[in-house]
Design a protein around this ligand. Structure first.
Ligand code: NAP
Length: 274
């Protein structure tokens, strides 16, 4: 008689005892730890990337901190992590250029070995309306926000699959769902990450590689939303802006979980859907 989802008899294994089957099966479930893993976090010089890098290092991962122009923030963060006894390196790359994206992946591997965790978090936002977006603006936003995550995944995910473990997390935005206030180029770049998420998740689901995205909104203490003001606060159902640590907390839960893949998860104070 079938007693529930976890009863082996229900899955057609009548000859194995429940306890023996359960032991064999549980051995196949990867541990929920990131200890000893190698992570690349792009945009580590910014608010959300910094919080995720700190959370990953606290969870025992070595962290490559990708950054663009903000040397001081990236090196301060790397110093803070290494002072706490963990491994970190600050690696600069302008993600608008494909060759620099590939170089960032290679330098991460040179520093720490094969990459287990890719957090494609770097992003740029230029507030513009449709009529004022030149083709160069569109191409730059798409290059940093969508092409670079694609190129990093293309370079790193096959190795993850070969080794049987990988985690990919893309940083989307509520704008992918609502259009948002920055502009159509930004919204389109973030929505593109959702297609990338689903495509890669399906391809690598049986290889131990999970691929997900997080869609935040109005996270302050970041370059994008430096200060909490009344006007912005009124847009958020919970009545305040979010904090990078709240995004990082969700990111770590997603990265730890081997059974969670192909998802886009919002952390937006209830903005969407509302
Ligand atoms: N804050 C929010 O409310 C919010 C909401 C939705 C989505 N997001 C997304 O969250 C992610 C992180 O943003 P944040 O809020 O933490 O803002 P942030 O503090 O401004 O961080 C942005 C990061 O992206 C990096 N970056 C930008 N252009 C780059 C380039 N061409 N090459 C390499 N790195 C580049 C920046 O590096 P440098 O400064 O070193 O150049 C910085 O580390 C972004 O993808 C953003 O779209 C944020």
């Amino acid at each position: 008689m079938a007693h529930g989802y976890l009863e082996p008899g229900a899955w057609g294994r009548p000859h194995a005892s429940a306890s023996v089957w359960r032991m064999q099966h549980e051995q196949q479930v990867p541990p929920l730890t990131l200890e000893g893993r190698v992570a690349l976090v792009t945009g580590g010089s910014g608010g959300i990337g910094r919080a995720i890098a700190l959370a990953l290092s606290a969870a025992g991962a070595s962290v490559a901190i990708g950054y663009g122009a903000n040397d001081a923030a990236a090196h301060q963060l790397a110093g803070q992590i290494t002072a706490a006894g963990r491994r970190a390196a600050a690696l600069s790359a302008d993600l608008a250029y494909a060759a620099e994206v590939v170089r960032l992946a290679e330098e991460t591997e040179d520093s720490f070995g094969p990459v287990d965790i890719l957090v494609s978090n770097a992003g740029m936002a230029r507030r513009q309306v449709l009529e004022s977006i030149a083709v160069e603006d569109f191409d730059e936003i798409l290059s940093v926000n969508l092409r670079a995550p694609f190129l990093l995944a293309q370079r790193l995910v096959p190795g993850m699959a070969t080794r049987g473990f990988g985690r990919v997390l893309f940083m989307s935005s509520v704008a992918a769902f609502t259009g948002g206030i920055i502009g159509p180029h930004y919204a389109a770049s973030k929505a593109g990450l959702h297609g990338l998420t689903h495509s890669l998740a399906a391809r690598y689901a049986t290889s131990g590689v999970t691929v997900n995205a997080i869609a935040p909104a109005l996270i302050t203490e970041t370059g994008m939303v430096p200060d909490e003001d009344q006007e912005l606060r009124r847009r958020v159902p919970v009545g305040r802006l979010g904090r990078p640590a709240e995004v990082a907390d969700l990111a770590l839960a997603v990265l730890r979980n081997p059974y969670l893949t192909s998802q886009v998860i919002s952390v937006d104070g209830g903005i969407y859907p509302h």
